[in-house]
Ligand binder design. Sequence first.
Ligand code: SF4
Length: 316
Amino acid sequence: MKIYGPVPSWRLGNSLGVDLVDAPKGYSKACPFNCLYCHLGHKGAQVSEPVPMNLPSKDFDILEKKINEIKPDYITFSGQGEPTLNLNLGPAAQRIKEMCDIPIAVLTNACFASRKDIRANLDNCDVVIAKIDAPTQQLFEKINNPAKGIKLADIIDGIKLINTKVCIQTLIFSYANVTNADDETIDALLEVYRDINKSKPIEVLLGTATRPSDDNGILHPIDSKKLSEIAGRISRESGIKIRYFSENEQKKVNRNIVQDQLRTEITDLLLRRPCTRDEIISRFNGSDAAIVLDKLVDKGVVGLKVLDKKNYYVVL
Ligand code: SF4
């Protein structure tokens, strides 16, 4: 289990990341999907069998210390691995609840949501942020590249049975000639939201590709005007509560930590999430984050990727 961040999140504020699933050595992630826009890149291990993974007690001690130090808005299961691959997700959430009353979120692709044991794990969290980027199996396969046999219909049916709060997260973007931003797809997505909302009231979180991948410039976010138009339409036509991505000023997190620890923390964060310079420095306000970041760049540990004319630091 790896604790990283706090991560700047437009959905969750200052979120402290907990990664329950290690990426196998030499791979950038462990996930049953390989989404076109994935900011972890496309050199992933397509793992599609959940198993119980060990969660050492000492990691919970580290987590408790960091919670007390940072006082995050959320503790979030996310990272280099799809969190539901670890069948100990539920016990991990229970253990965190014993140490604090900070809400727990889980970012998931919901590909195992049709399984009762997986839903029981998710129900230990306060909010499940489940990914649906496409309204049809055909577009789902193009955008999310799921492992063989994963059906969008099963994901939708599974989400309806989750008891805890559910937000559906959709990223609207284009990648070469694939997009989900066209009117026809938005109409069909609206139907999917309505269908789920009838059984399980949801909130929709509409984002775009805001972090770079390894796509050689063919990944494009949609502009904020179009995103707000789509969000307005979904809200008007479905009555479902919706929030959409907008650039927020970085909330600072005051942390006075030594350079050695900073180096580890910045690297752990960037391994899981490309960040802008401002985002990194605001996470470690009061420490030597800028100096450490520049040293990591000089040593070739960290480098820059560009998306939409914006520079992001990533681990090389
Ligand atoms: S589900 Fe998340 S981690 Fe997995 S490929 Fe898609 S974006 Fe990447």
